[in-house]
Design a protein around this ligand. Structure first.
Ligand SMILES: Cc1cc2nc3c(=O)[nH]c(=O)nc-3n(C[C@H](O)[C@H](O)[C@H](O)COP(=O)(O)OP(=O)(O)OC[C@H]3O[C@@H](n4cnc5c(N)ncnc54)[C@H](O)[C@@H]3O)c2cc1C
Length: 390
């Protein structure tokens, strides 16, 4: 069976799920395909997802425009109202939403909450959703791209979008080659109940071993940890039982929130940097982690992906007399719009990860002095915060 669409999106992660209704709203026929299920998952109400995201105000506005943000349960969202950043030798920097004229620096949302809200939005938008699918082959002709599934179905579209994550099959099938570069770190994530209230404050410590420890506020007296740790330490943390892990995490953060108790199992994510020569090709566009990989120290990976989805949907909605959504002029416009924000975010996150990597004494003194100097320059601080907010 061959079905014809304007756009076929391969990959129903958060980025693909946000793009589908954004395109559908501008009158395009859209199919969304994933190897996983697209059914709603059932969860006990008193449990938390270890996978959380810091969603920037800019991404929240996009998700609201798509129709998903306003359906999130407000008791499962926490605002980051302030943030304290510490270097590995006394440097420190504070950000405050109030000072920047924002309601929040970012919103902390569990992945499963966001995923459920987006799945329902996609369903309401009339997108064809094809779950549990195995992608078999991708072929191109001048007027269309054709995605063949392992069950023999073919999906033809004027534009194929690869939203299938860091190890993108679509990217490889399109011949866009780039090897992700390992940071030699694994991010260990887990949630904790805390002795003391966090008052909407996030914490981040750049550690002497090159790792970065972040605590992000969850609703109530709970917090989510993302510890980007050198491999050996990450494996040790992942092997600890909840009690030992809680004690280590509380100690590593100087007991800023008192004692902790682990409320989710710890999970690890290997960290990789990915920069591609291009994010578009004939009748193809890449979005999200398929298009770029950044260190999670600034919590910006999915925000960059939502930025891709917003840009691509805007370019296609405003295509004027160009009726073909896969026309090269539109894809080039999309690639141009995304090049600068992606490059800037990669430069900042990769630069910080490198700056705090080597244990050279003079560099240690310099980077800590630099952090404290930025803290004394409100205009520079504001300029640094803007890209992360938007
Ligand atoms: C520890 C950690 C913490 C992070 N915290 C933050 C944060 O606070 N804020 C933030 O903005 N970002 C954060 N990120 C980054 C964020 O997780 C990613 O940028 C984001 O998940 C990418 O979404 P995506 O939809 O592009 O890809 P993915 O989430 O990887 O989704 C890809 C989808 O494609 C499907 N797929 C893959 N291959 C195939 C195939 N062959 N066939 C069919 N389907 C396929 C998958 O099933 C999946 O549904 C963090 C990352 C890490 C590791």
């Amino acid at each position: 069976m061959n079905t014809v669409y304007d756009v076929v999106i391969a990959g129903a992660g958060l980025v693909g799920l946000s793009l589908a209704p954004a395109l559908s709203r501008s009158g395009l026929s859209v199919a969304l395909v994933d190897r996983g299920s697209m059914a709603d998952d059932e969860h006990a109400p008193d449990t938390f997802d270890a996978r959380i995201y810091a969603i920037s105000p800019g991404s929240a506005a996009f998700l609201r425009a798509v129709g998903a943000w306003q359906t999130l349960r407000c008791e499962r969202i926490a605002a980051i109202e302030s943030m304290h950043v510490e270097g590995d030798a006394g440097g420190s920097l504070d950000f405050s939403a109030y000072d920047l004229g924002e309601r929040a620096l970012a919103w902390i949302v569990e992945e499963r909450e966001l995923r459920t809200a987006l799945l329902r939005t996609v369903r309401r938008a009339g997108v064809d959703m094809i779950g549990d699918a195995t992608l078999d082959a991708l072929m191109w002709s001048a007027p269309a791209g054709t995605l063949r599934l392992a069950d023999g179905r073919t999906l033809e579209a004027r534009l194929i979008v690869g939203a299938d994550g860091a190890r993108s099959w679509v990217r490889e099938a399109a011949g866009i080659v780039a090897e992700p570069k390992s940071y030699g770190q694994t991010a260990v994530v887990a949630n904790f109940a805390c002795e003391r209230a966090h008052h909407g404050r996030a914490y981040q410590w750049f550690r002497a071993d090159g790792g970065v420890l972040a605590w992000l506020p969850l609703p109530g007296r709970r917090m989510s940890m993302v510890w980007s740790a050198p491999e050996a330490l990450a494996q040790t943390l992942l092997a600890e039982n909840g009690e030992v892990l809680s004690a280590r995490v509380a100690e590593a953060g100087g007991y800023a929130l008192g004692a902790h108790s682990c409320i989710t199992p710890a999970t690890g994510f290997p960290l990789r940097f990915l920069r591609l020569p291009t994010s578009v090709a004939l009748r193809l566009a890449l979005v999200g982690d398929a298009a770029h990989g950044v260190h999670p120290l600034a919590g910006q990976g999915v925000n960059l992906g939502f930025g891709d989805a917003q840009s691509l949907s805007t370019v296609l909605a405003e295509r004027g007399p160009v009726s073909d959504p896969g026309a090269p002029i539109l894809l080039e416009r999309y690639a141009r719009r995304r090049a600068e924000p992606v490059l800037a975010m990669q430069a900042v996150t990769d630069g910080l990860a490198r700056l705090f990597g080597p244990p050279t004494p003079w560099l240690k003194a310099l980077r800590n002095a630099g952090i404290s100097a930025v803290d004394r320059l409100p205009l520079l601080k504001r300029a640094l915060a803007q890209p992360a907010l938007r």
